[in-house]
Design a protein around this ligand. Structure first.
Ligand code: URP
Ligand code: ZN
Ligand code: ZN
Length: 487
């Protein structure tokens, strides 16, 4: 009998810190040995000329989720997870989204009912908290955090989702007490609606005006405010889908002061610009997402943020609304920019795009690529070291990556349930040949190899409560000095 279930031989292994030649032996779904001349496996994979990377973790995607205006995403947990797997991911973190008036407990139950029978890769849920009622804040949220739902997103914009600054202080301090991570969609809602109202009154309704209404200042102001609110209560905070240079700078400044502020960005801010929103007719609707893509200088600032440590996480923010009446045109065939469903797809193209333009063009090291697409998300969201690395005892989650595979992205080669990709026609170099999750070969020979529902839900545990101040949390020390404990 072979000592191992699977041995991957001859590949170049890369983690967030190291790159080395090694064989990888897998037993019972975990990495059992790393080395040269390992014993035999039941199955052997020849990885010569290939890279062996930790499977990707897409830490921000909207799957089988209703938007705030109750439009259902085009992808369910089957098509979403299959698409993610074909793009090199072995774990994803969609949202269990609360709409106003809903019980969080109910929302989590629904997410499990939707994901369990369908997901083909492993998953965990972030919560979305849009209604921090007494019951949610006093009972449901603390209990759910203790049960392992240790991250949640709040919104500073969208009429039906936004919370006030006061509510934000409540959730941040609750997150601090219970060891959870708050994620924030930082855009100033009043600024956006003030500009939008003026644009609409003057008859400026086309998709490109979405990009004007969602000014970079709306994003940077809200980002700075969110950071200051977090600082006030000494809580960690992760700002999601950052696109504005000044928002990136605000994160960098906070991190330089030692504050536990984290940043996420997405492919749409590297590969799309405002000009895409100005395409012929209603085509621009395909690129309407919030925050919107910016200009070339904005793209450069986001690339810089990926290389200088401003951003820790690179996610897709896959929010799939088709270019038809089920998605972008749910409000009619010629909606104003205010009525176009927000979001772009990108689960399957996230890693190949970053690899090709980042590693392939010398902007990022291979190790930085691994950190941004897998390891850092595992660490920040409580999945490390089970996920996000290649180490003895970690889950055998691997993307066996062909760095020389040149592919031109077209919608028909993708596996989501969309009818367009924003990246149609882009040629990239580097794509996974084989994707392995807990030792199971999920994708090989461009074919799905596993059954619906074979993905596993991932338990997480909250961080231990911290009574130390983080970094330069001056206000906290000031009121502590007076013997007051506000958080
Ligand atoms: O435009 C976007 N990003 N739509 C998805 C919802 C969100 O804000 O993440
Ligand atoms: Zn958002
Ligand atoms: Zn999102």
């Amino acid at each position: 009998m072979s000592p191992f279930d699977l041995v991957i031989r001859g590949g170049t292994v890369a983690t967030a810190s190291d790159t080395f030649r090694a064989d990888i032996a897998v037993k019972n779904g975990q990495v059992a040995a790393l080395g040269l001349d390992l014993g035999e496996g039941e199955r052997e994979i020849d990885a010569r000329d290939l890279l062996v990377l930790p499977g990707g973790i897409d830490a921000h995607c909207h799957i089988e989720q209703e938007s705030s205006t109750r439009i259902m995403t085009a992808d369910d947990f089957y098509s979403g997870s299959v698409s993610a797997a074909f793009g090199g991911n072995t774990t994803f973190l969609p949202f269990a989204a609360q709409h106003k008036g809903q019980s969080l407990r109910e929302v989590v139950r629904t997410a499990h009912e939707r994901a369990g029978p369908k997901a083909v890769i492993d998953y965990a849920f972030h919560l979305i908290v849009s209604d921090p009622s007494e019951n949610v804040m006093g009972q449901e949220l603390p209990a759910l955090i203790m049960e392992g739902y240790t991250s949640f997103k709040v919104y500073m914009t969208y009429e039906m989702l936004k919370i006030s600054d006061r509510q934000m202080l409540d959730v941040l301090s609750l997150a601090r007490r219970h060891g959870a991570m708050t994620m924030v969609h930082a855009e100033n809602d009043d600024v956006i609606s003030w500009i939008a109202e003026r644009l609409l009154t003057r008859g400026h309704t086309e998709p490109k005006f979405h990009g004007i209404a969602h000014s970079p200042l709306a994003e940077s102001e809200a980002s700075r405010r969110a950071i200051d609110l977090a600082r006030l209560v000494d809580a960690p905070l992760l700002i999601v889908h950052v696109s504005a240079p000044e928002a990136a700078q605000a994160i960098r400044d906070a991190r330089n002061r030692g504050l536990p502020i984290y940043g996420e960005t997405c492919p749409q801010y590297l590969f799309l610009t405002l000009e895409d929103l100005d395409r012929e007719g209603m085509e621009g609707a395909k690129f309407c997402c919030s925050p919107p893509p910016r200009d070339k200088a904005g793209q450069d600032a986001i690339w810089l943020g990926l290389t200088n440590g401003t951003f820790q996480v690179f996610s897709s923010d896959h929010a799939p609304y088709r270019y038809d009446e089920t998605g972008k045109f749910a409000a009619g065939p010629h909606p104003t920019f205010k009525k176009i469903a927000n979001g772009v797809p990108g689960l399957e193209t996230r890693m190949p795009l970053l690899f090709s333009e980042g590693v392939g063009k010398g902007r990022l090291t291979l190790n930085a690529f691994v950190a941004l697409t897998s390891t850092n998300a595992a660490k920040i969201y409580g999945l490390h070291p089970r996920k996000g690395t290649i180490a003895i005892g970690s889950d055998a989650d691997l993307a066996i990556w062909d760095p020389a595979w040149e592919r031109t992205i077209t919608q028909d080669m993708l596996h989501d349930n969309m009818d367009y990709t924003p990246y149609e026609g882009m040629t990239v170099t580097g794509w996974p040949r084989i994707v392995i999750n807990r030792g199971r070969v999920v994708v090989e020979d461009e074919t799905l190899q596993v059954d619906r529902g074979s993905g596993e839900f991932l338990d997480r545990v909250p961080e231990p409560p911290r009574d130390q101040s983080f970094g330069d949390a001056a206000p906290l020390s000031a009121y502590r000095a007076f013997g007051a404990d506000l958080v």
